[in-house]
Design a binder for this molecule. Structure first.
Ligand code: S3P
Length: 172
């Protein structure tokens, strides 16, 4: 059995945190949760709606509450997060922080070349304008790296391989 520490997947919008999480679940049998899903359940409305009606600072406050709960109450779980979750206080206390890393162009194409591109874009309030998203990416990239325990370069790799790498590196 692998150790009891949580795995926390961080990275920019659209990098594939959810898809990688599902593949880790398939390979390892771990239980997985997603911070955006938790927030949508708590609020009983979509992230997009929360941003529209309450604004971003409100959303960030809920993220911090979720982080506190994860830290205090969740173990041995795979946690995928929203792209801004890396900013919560004491992130590393939640578990081993794994950054899924890729160039902006790769991420952008992963979204717009997807058959459900419209849906993928619409649900992300901070990805409405490409130039703004790129600026946000440039601003965040060094911060993601600074907080990560493990950095996985995901470009050109399939989910199976990425998941395998993460399982191997977090089982040591
Ligand atoms: C955000 C990323 C989104 C979601 C919210 C804010 C961000 O999650 O949490 O729209 O600040 O990067 P994904 O990374 O799953 O798109």
């Amino acid at each position: 059995m692998r150790m009891k520490k949580n795995i926390v997947l961080i990275g920019f919008m659209g990098v594939g945190k959810g898809s990688v999480a599902r593949e880790i679940v398939r390979q390892s049998g771990m239980i997985a949760i997603d911070t955006d899903d938790i927030i949508e359940s708590m609020e009983n409305r979509r992230i997009k709606k929360i941003f529209e009606v309450e604004g971003e600072p409100y959303f960030r406050k809920i993220e911090a509450r979720v982080a506190k709960w994860l830290r205090e109450s969740v173990k041995n779980t795979l946690i995928s997060t929203g792209g801004g979750f890396y900013k919560v206080p004491k992130l590393k206390k939640i578990g081993t922080v794994v950054l899924l890393d890729a160039p902006f162009e790769t991420i952008y194409h992963r979204i717009i070349d997807h058959p459900n591109a419209d849906k993928k874009l619409k649900k992300r309030p901070l990805f409405q304008d490409v130039d703004k998203a790129k600026t946000l990416y440039d601003e965040r990239e060094p911060k993601y790296r600074a907080v990560a325990d493990i950095i996985i370069d995901v470009s050109g790799k399939d989910y199976e391989r990425i998941a395998k790498e993460i399982i191997a590196k977090t089982s040591k």
